[in-house]
Ligand binder design. Structure first.
Ligand code: HAM
Length: 415
């Protein structure tokens, strides 16, 4: 037997309706906020992520699926959605059409991480990117969109953490303070962080190494360094979230693991799914479009991990109704009756009613068992009497009632 590669999963028929439920809610929520879908390729030139996500991030350093294609080009399977969307925005000149461009996507992503509950090597994101607006009201809008989506799928017990990581200008002062602090703790840092110290000290703050984590506890906090504009921006986001009755906690330790962020960053975290509790992460990225060769266009967005949403729904015993159950099951007792069942299912299906009949030559008892397994709402046994009278007894499996219905009235009855 050949198994799936480590860190990947099949979505089996008995579970796919749950995925459809979450994806439908994502699409519905995006729509009411005026966002349109964008689809970008599964792989990009590696440079998109080197420049977009950043060369000192864990994603780029350790986790990317990068290979040379047969033409010798360096190709990477997308580890996240934002950089590819930004590349598409620039390449297709979307800044010349309506702004803000309100975009959303549902995509698979690939990261070579150590798999555990809620952490996979192939996973799926619902992401949103709003490009073109620099004011804080759009930050609040994007955060509210994420929250609206989480609530629409039935997720309530998540905490929203917010922080500002400043702009290019205030970041310079902060990086200087970080360098001084980490230099005085140099010996305790892991090898990777020693390397990060000169390249990008901010990245040390989200290192997973236990020694680095301890050192990080005493590190200077960004909120003590942000400039007046960045501070006002954060205050406006907070004010609008208050107006919208969205509760949040300011958490100066949220720095996010990707380099493109500026100003607002946020995460929705659950305590119900263990260590990988971050179900949604996002923030503003005012320099990304220019970094990828576009104009000076600001942006903000987030991505939700779909597997983590499903895990959370499962762990909190949220029931999702399976809409794909067969509505009508016809149980023929012999060959002639099978022809009638064949004819009737075709008529039902033409009316958009899901219907099925026995394909396995089962006896009546086994057919009822099967009908139960596929969740049929109505079951009708067709024997020689039914063929002669043109009337069939329809059992409502949910209510346990039985009704005699003429073949010709079956569609109306089950509708
Ligand atoms: P991220 O925090 O790297 O941000 O990922 C977003 C979400 O994807 C996480 O909160 C988590 O739910 C899910 N996720 C990440 N890695 C894994 C994994 N290995 N297995 C399962 N789920 C995972 C981004 O990707 C940014 N592009 C978000 C963004 C969009 N920022 C602005 N716009």
């Amino acid at each position: 037997m050949i198994n799936v590669p480590k860190g990947t999963k099949d979505v089996l028929p008995q579970d796919s309706y749950k995925w459809q439920f979450v994806e439908n809610k994502a699409r519905e929520t995006a729509k009411v906020f005026g966002a349109s879908e964008i689809r970008t390729p599964t792989f990009e030139h590696t440079e998109v992520f080197l420049r977009g996500v950043g060369e000192t991030t864990d994603i780029v350093n350790k986790e990317m699926y990068t290979f040379n294609d047969k033409g010798g080009r360096s190709i990477t399977l997308k580890p996240e959605g934002t950089a590819g969307v930004a590349r598409a925005f620039v390449e297709n000149g979307l800044s010349n059409s309506v702004l803000p461009a309100k975009l959303f996507y549902i995509t698979q992503c690939f990261r070579y991480e150590r798999p555990q509950a809620g952490r996979l090597r192939e996973f799926h994101q619902f992401g949103v990117e709003f490009l073109g607006a620099k004011n804080a009201d759009i930050d609040a809008e994007v955060i509210i969109l994420a929250k609206t989506f989480l609530e629409s799928v039935g997720i309530e017990n998540v905490v929203l953490y917010i922080n500002s990581i400043g702009c290019k200008e205030c970041r310079k002062k902060y990086e200087q303070a970080l360098k001084e602090y980490f230099n005085s703790n140099y010996d305790g840092l892991c090898a990777l962080c020693k390397d990060r110290l000169n390249k990008n000290p901010l990245r040390i703050l989200d290192c997973k190494n236990d020694d680095c984590k301890k050192i990080n506890e005493g590190a200077p906090k960004i909120l003590d360094y942000i400039c007046e504009d960045c501070s006002n921006h954060l205050e406006t986001v907070k004010k609008l979230l208050d107006v919208a009755n969205v509760s949040y906690k300011i958490n100066p330790n949220i720095v996010r693991g990707l380099d493109y962020y500026t100003r607002t960053v946020f995460e929705f975290v659950s305590e119900n799914i263990g260590a990988q509790g971050t179900v949604c992460g996002g923030g503003r990225y005012d320099g990304l479009i220019a970094e990828l060769g576009g104009q000076d266009v600001p942006g903000i967005g987030f991505a939700v991990g779909i597997e983590r949403i499903l895990m959370l729904l499962e762990n909190t015993n949220k029931q999702i109704e399976n809409p794909n159950k067969v509505k009508v099951y016809l149980a023929p007792m012999g060959e002639n009756e099978l022809v009638k069942a064949f004819e009737l299912t075709a008529k039902l299906r033409k009316e958009g009613i899901s219907a099925d009949f026995d394909h396995m030559g089962r006896g009546i008892k086994a057919q009822f068992k099967y009908a139960d397994k596929i969740g049929a709402k109505f079951v009708a046994v067709i024997g020689s009497n039914e063929l002669a009278s043109g009337v069939v007894r329809v059992k409502n499996m949910q209510e346990g009632t039985e009704t005699d219905v003429a073949f010709d009235d079956l569609i109306e009855f089950v509708k």
